[in-house]
Design a binder for this molecule. Sequence first.
Ligand code: FAD
Length: 382
Amino acid sequence: MIDFSLSEEQQLIQKMARDFAQSEILPHAADFDRSGDYPEEIVRKAFQADLVYGVIPEQYGGGGLDGLDQLLIAEELSAACAGIGSCIAINSLAAIPLIYFGSEKQKESLLSMICTEEKKMALCVTEPGAGSDVSSISSTAKKIGAKYILNGNKTFITNGGVADYYIVFASIDRALGHKGITAFWVPRDLPGVSVGKKEDKMGQRAANTTDVIFDQVEIPETDRIGEEGQGFKIIMQTFNHSRPGVGASAVGVARSAMEYALKYASEREQFGLPILMHQAVMFMLADMAKDIEAGRLLAWQAAWKGSQGLDNSKEAAIAKVFCGDMVMRVTTDAVQVLGGYGYIKDYPVEKLMRDAKVFQIYEGTAQIQRLLIGRALMKDLF
Ligand SMILES: Cc1cc2nc3c(=O)[nH]c(=O)nc-3n(C[C@H](O)[C@H](O)[C@H](O)COP(=O)(O)OP(=O)(O)OC[C@H]3O[C@@H](n4cnc5c(N)ncnc54)[C@H](O)[C@@H]3O)c2cc1C
């Protein structure tokens, strides 16, 4: 039985997120886009509104939301500003390794602490020499007695400069390839941890994206997450959980672009008619509407499958790549619908187009998602 209606509780979550996004985020979106500053005060309010750690089970102080609930929030926040939305969403994403692979003791102490003390997190996978090829990361964690000595440079880390805690992936033995990758909980205030260059980005500019450097950082064995060598699996499972949410964020951006373009097209007149009445323009809007609906349903399906405890890796990749490509098309066409005005910063659609691009890049590029889908198809064959 398939039921596409939202429950009463889901409608409330959606409304709460929409109200927050429209009143607390949207009015400041253009300013943060211009400055590239981190929206500290908005994130603080998001904590108070319980929008940050929805993914964490209630028993550890989180929202206890399931995958679909989080997608409703992601769409609304990103519809107001994807950069500010990602400042909020990245915390939940970074907590996923602990939720799935942390020991009961770690969950009770660490998850509860970040919720009650409103601590921020970041997920450190990417390195200057290891992006798509996660298995080639060169950060190392050498075991000495009951400690690991962590060394490495992480790059493009969302929340890198503002997080209190990092989830860091490093190799205990590079000769083991992906089987050597291991996950660690790393407080930012440990000696040897430092924040490097902050990126000046094309879009999603409110998000704080920096290098994070680990130099002879001592990590107690008790702060390893999961087993030695389980890191690659942890990263993949984390992405299976988060990619539908990235898809939903892309849907939010696309929805905003379509709504603005539709309103504009109904008001702007050329050749004696609202431009919406010219079929070429109307068809661009029709394509936007169909692609947004399709993207939302793919994201919901992938999240639903994951929340049933089923393998959703193929569906998560499909949702992520479809929504990433879709939001790029929709925002580009929204600029087209506005003509010259679309290209001007006084109008919001050029920001939406800049914000859209990174959906095809982070959390696995569009090409890598296709690779994953292709591999899943082959697995079904042989
Ligand atoms: C704004 C932003 C925020 C980010 N946040 C985080 C974060 O919080 N934590 C984190 O760890 N990382 C983060 N990243 C990093 C992001 O996940 C990587 O940029 C991404 O995985 C791609 O890696 P890369 O940039 O090194 O590109 P590369 O891997 O060098 O890829 C370059 C190009 O080659 C293509 N390519 C590579 N390999 C293949 C292949 N086998 N087949 C086909 N094509 C291929 C890619 O698709 C791409 O088009 C962020 C990046 C950005 C831009």
